[in-house]
Design a binder for this molecule. Structure first.
Ligand SMILES: [Fe+2]
Length: 380
């Protein structure tokens, strides 16, 4: 049996925030971060809400900690909001997702799995959760996991459950119109990676395939224009990122994310940049697996001859949006070599690895890193 998880509503357009005017909550909690607060988006959201009492939690940091989610939960427990509105990137949305559950259920987030019956534990879904992404990449607005870091025990917590997914996602193009170029490139490549990994994951299915395929087409045709400031392309990218989120959220990512998570955790680089750095190399690694046929089909849909041409096209796109195409453009050889063993071991222990169509062993993983560092083609 398969299930497909998604929000109840996706509202999109130039004025999508006006949807909030119809929300009938007396108490609302807005979850955001300091940079979004400065951009004035919270005022726009507040002006649309009719709630009598609105509180703002703006302490979300990149790669949010469990502690941050618990602080937000404390505010939610005191306020008892009927509405939680997350305005920001993936980190903000992840904190809001966890808060909505934790405000009602006293549970270690690590114990929230796809099989946990939260209603049996006292969850009554008191608050509706609305996600308003301000970047176009993470897909956190439609996925059913939340990623938190337990900084005391140095562990990543990923509560995953269909109750975690927001009820409504609002894609208002105004919120991404002034996104910095670097973020357009990084988040755009995160979305592209989600869609490509989602379409070759061993958990791929009919629904995820349809969404990932369309997202790839839109991203390949619009990322460069969006990067160069084209408003229409920027809006298309905003939709494509959520489309990719719906796709990979229902089929999962794989080796590219395992490498990207590991590299990002050690060298503190933006997630989108980290996955972009590995995407074409992993696709080369997959040329010797069943995934080649799927990549060939995808290439043909994009009017390219085969997988190899698709990989070349991805390298080309990286250059057009001024992303580095090898690790040596980002870190020194000394830093690379002194961390290589940890990089390899952490990649092999990453939870996304299992859904990859070809799982590398120790030696393969080491060689993938070396090729990605030097910009050498993977032919093994
Ligand atoms: Fe990602």
């Amino acid at each position: 049996m398969w299930t497909f998880v998604s929000p109840r509503l996706i509202v999109y357009g130039d004025d999508a925030l006006t949807f909030l005017e119809g929300e009938k909550a007396n108490r609302a909690l807005i979850v955001t971060d300091e940079s979004i607060l400065k951009l004035g988006f919270i005022e726009m959201v507040k002006n649309s809400l009719k709630a009598e009492k609105i509180e703002i939690f703006s302490d979300v940091e990149p790669e949010p900690s469990l502690d941050t989610a618990l602080k937000c939960t404390k505010i939610a427990r005191d306020l008892q909001p009927q509405l939680i509105v997350a305005v920001g990137g993936g980190s903000v949305i992840d904190v809001a997702k966890a808060t909505r559950i934790l405000m009602e259920v006293d549970i270690d987030p690590i114990a929230i799995t796809p099989f946990t019956d939260l209603f049996e534990l006292g969850y009554t879904k008191k608050a509706k959760l609305i996600a308003i992404p301000t970047t176009s990449g993470t897909g956190a607005d439609v996925t059913w996991t939340s990623v938190l870091t337990d900084k005391v025990e140095h562990r990543k917590l990923t509560p995953a459950n269909r109750e975690v997914v927001p009820d409504v996602t609002i894609l208002d193009y105004r919120l991404v119109a002034s996104m910095p170029k670097r973020l357009v490139a990084g988040s755009g490549f995160d979305a592209l990676t989600h869609a490509i990994e989602g379409i070759i994951s061993i958990w791929r299915n009919e629904f995820s395939d349809a969404l990932c395929e369309k997202a790839i087409e839109v991203i390949m045709n619009n990322l460069e224009r969006s990067y160069n400031g084209d408003a229409e392309a920027r809006a298309k990218m905003h939709i494509a990122a959520t489309m990719a989120g719906l796709g990979f959220g229902n089929s999962q990512v794989g080796l590219v994310h395992s490498l990207g998570h590991t590299f990002g955790a050690i060298f503190k680089q933006h997630h989108g940049l980290c996955v972009a750095l590995f995407l074409p190399y992993v696709m080369q690694f997959y040329l010797k697996s069943d995934a080649k046929a799927r990549m060939d089909t995808l290439a043909k849909k994009l009017e390219l001859e085969n997988s190899e041409m698709l990989i070349d096209k991805i390298f080309e796109l990286m250059k057009k949006v001024e992303l580095p195409t090898k690790l040596s453009e980002v870190i020194s050889r000394k830093d690379f070599e002194s961390n290589l063993e940890t990089l390899v071991m952490n990649t092999l222990n990453d939870s996304s690895l299992g859904m990859s169509p070809r799982i590398p062993d120790y030696e393969h993983t080491r060689r993938i890193y070396e090729c990605a560092f030097e910009g050498r083609k993977i032919d093994f």
